[in-house]
Design a binder for this molecule. Sequence first.
Ligand code: ADP
Length: 192
Amino acid sequence: MSKNRLIFLGPPGAGKGTQAKILAEHLNIPHISTGEILRKAKQEGTPVGLQAKAYMDRGDLVPDSVLQALVRERLQQNDAQTQGWILDGFPRTLGQANFLETLLPEIKQTCDLAINITVADEILVGRLAKRAELEGRSDDTEEVIRNRLIVYSQETAPLIDFYQKSSSTPLVTVDGDRVLEVITAELKELTT
Ligand code: ADP
């Protein structure tokens, strides 16, 4: 049976979002990107969006409490309950990872696999700068990009160790510095 509850880890610019979208379509499961949900909330000026804005614009993480409420609600929606999900951009802190470990059994779900997409720092900076030009995201300025990479190494990189040592969810690492289609093929293979 194919794996249909997946976590995508990896630094900003590793290609998580792009690959998660393709794989979710292939597996016919919802792609749940916390970054996308927060950007939409920010644009619409919802209470969550207003709370998140200042953090996002600095490239800092939005507080765990906000993310936890959001993920708790999203994973219990019908499509996620029945089809599964790719969580893209969550968890991003140890607090969020521990929260997920408690939440899943509570809502009678499990997680099949955590996928860590790796790319060297020098390459990330170039990719993010290029994305800034193309998409004009407010968190893609040079200073904010640098901050997001620091935040990643301090807050999110420790999750790799967490999944290796303290979780029953297996972790695999995928080299993100290859042609897009080659990475997609490997991801399909890993989740078949
Ligand atoms: P990227 O992968 O390029 O860093 P995302 O689109 O995943 O960007 O997220 C954009 C921003 O949204 C993050 O910099 C952060 O401020 C906020 N965000 C997204 N997911 C989380 C999370 N799990 N915890 C805290 N903040 C988050």
